[in-house]
Ligand binder design. Structure first.
Ligand SMILES: *[C@@H]1O[C@H](CO)[C@@H](O)[C@H](O)[C@H]1NC(C)=O
Ligand SMILES: *[C@@H]1O[C@H](CO)[C@@H](O)[C@H](O)[C@H]1NC(C)=O
Ligand SMILES: *[C@@H]1O[C@H](CO)[C@@H](O)[C@H](O)[C@H]1NC(C)=O
Length: 344
């Protein structure tokens, strides 16, 4: 008796769920048909968008930043070969300090540790210099902005502009960095963008950059193909209004990517005419890249695992070129392992 009732209830639930799923699928089908113009291809639609906006010469995405911490002295004395932008948050001071005391110390002229493990990446030629710069927006709580100003006075590696610091403004933040580079660090050869939980083996990156001749209009990172926008309500949500197409163009993940500063300038040139998308990596290395006909180069996967955090010893023994999800503590640990032979 009870079993029968349960079965009927269960049956109803299944029917209900199936209907719901069908409705969602039909809804998405219509959505996609209404919005993907031309119907079968992202590529053309981006170019159409570009032509449309560029044709009307309307700066729909103006990049008019007021620098509250302009960092005008950062590149004054020495122009870097590699400019590394680290996207950070005001409250993550310990993470920044970890970078400054470990791999980022090359930015103030400290030497890279000699390898204890016999597989030394060649030392960067002494004339090739790296500069690490942390990027910020404006924090709603002014205490944090004042603290950042102190930090900048101490380390001279901070740039802040007057837009509200928020995840949805991340694209704006990186574009701000690129614009800053064009104005305040125009001699930099390469520009790299990373998150503040990334460990970078700078000599390995140098080796790689120098080993390839052709970097013109090339973006190196982990390549994503045919990704679908995340429409559900979360931090990563991208609405149909914000991005009215089914798929993203090819783009490189935001943890780490690098290109020539010449390429950076080309991207900047078109950015003001292309509708803003809050996914920074999609917008900069995908949409804008498509518009300037940039190519993507896959970061060598033997040296970088996109979904897996490298172990401290893999980083210390030059088996990995970079890794994300490296906490402050791990940064110090890797650095120590580079200086003392504690990995086998
Ligand atoms: C601003 O930040 C400081 C430092 O974290 C904190 O002590 C203060 O309560 C914050 N003020 C407001 C209004 O949230
Ligand atoms: C930055 O913007 C905020 C809010 O728009 C404003 O109150 C503040 O005065 C601006 N600061 C500077 C230095 O422009
Ligand atoms: C992004 O920054 C702009 C400029 O300060 C601000 O008007 C806007 O509200 C910010 N967006 C978010 C989502 O915080």
């Amino acid at each position: 008796m009870l079993g029968g009732v349960l079965r009927i209830k269960c049956h109803k639930v299944v029917v209900f769920c199936c209907s719901l799923i069908s409705v969602i699928i039909i809804f998405h089908y219509f959505k996609s048909n209404n919005n993907s113009y031309p119907p079968n291809g992202f590529l053309e639609s981006v170019e159409d968008t570009y032509r449309h906006y560029r044709g009307s010469r309307k700066r729909i995405n103006p990049l008019d930043f007021t620098y509250t911490i302009p960092g005008e002295k950062i590149c004054r004395h020495r122009s870097p070969f590699l400019l590394i932008f680290v996207v950070s948050l005001h409250t993550r001071r310990s993470q920044r300090d970890a970078i400054r005391s470990t791999w980022g110390s090359v930015s103030i002229g400290k030497p890279w540790p000699r390898s204890q493990y016999g597989n030394q990446p060649s030392n960067p030629p002494p004339n090739l210099f790296t500069k690490v710069v942390f990027l910020f927006g404006y924090h709603p709580n002014d205490t944090h902005n004042r603290e950042l100003l102190h930090e900048s006075a101490q380390h001279n590696d901070v740039v802040q502009a007057n837009f509200t610091e928020s995840y949805r403004n991340l694209t704006r933040k990186v574009l701000m960095g690129l614009k800053w580079a064009r104005h305040y660090c125009p001699q930099a050869k390469f520009v790299m963008k990373i998150d503040d939980d990334t460990f970078v083996n700078v000599p390995m990156v140098f080796d790689y950059l120098l080993s390839k001749d052709v970097w013109e209009r090339t973006i190196m990172g982990f390549i994503n193909i045919d990704s679908i926008p995340f429409r559900l309500y979360t931090k990563w949500q991208v609405s149909w209004t914000e991005y009215p197409y089914m798929r993203y163009p090819i783009y490189t993940s935001g943890n780490i990517y690098v290109f020539l500063s010449r390429t950076s300038c080309l991207l900047l040139d078109v950015a003001e005419y292309i509708p803003y998308v809050s996914m920074e990596d999609v917008y900069i290395t995908g949409i804008l890249a498509e518009v300037i006909h940039a190519k993507h180069r896959l970061i060598p996967l033997k040296w970088y695992s996109p979904y897996k955090t490298a172990s401290p010893c893999e980083l210390a023994t030059n088996k990995k070129m970079a890794s994300q999800m490296i906490t402050a503590k791990l940064h110090y640990l890797v650095w120590k392992a580079m200086q003392e032979k504690i990995c086998d």
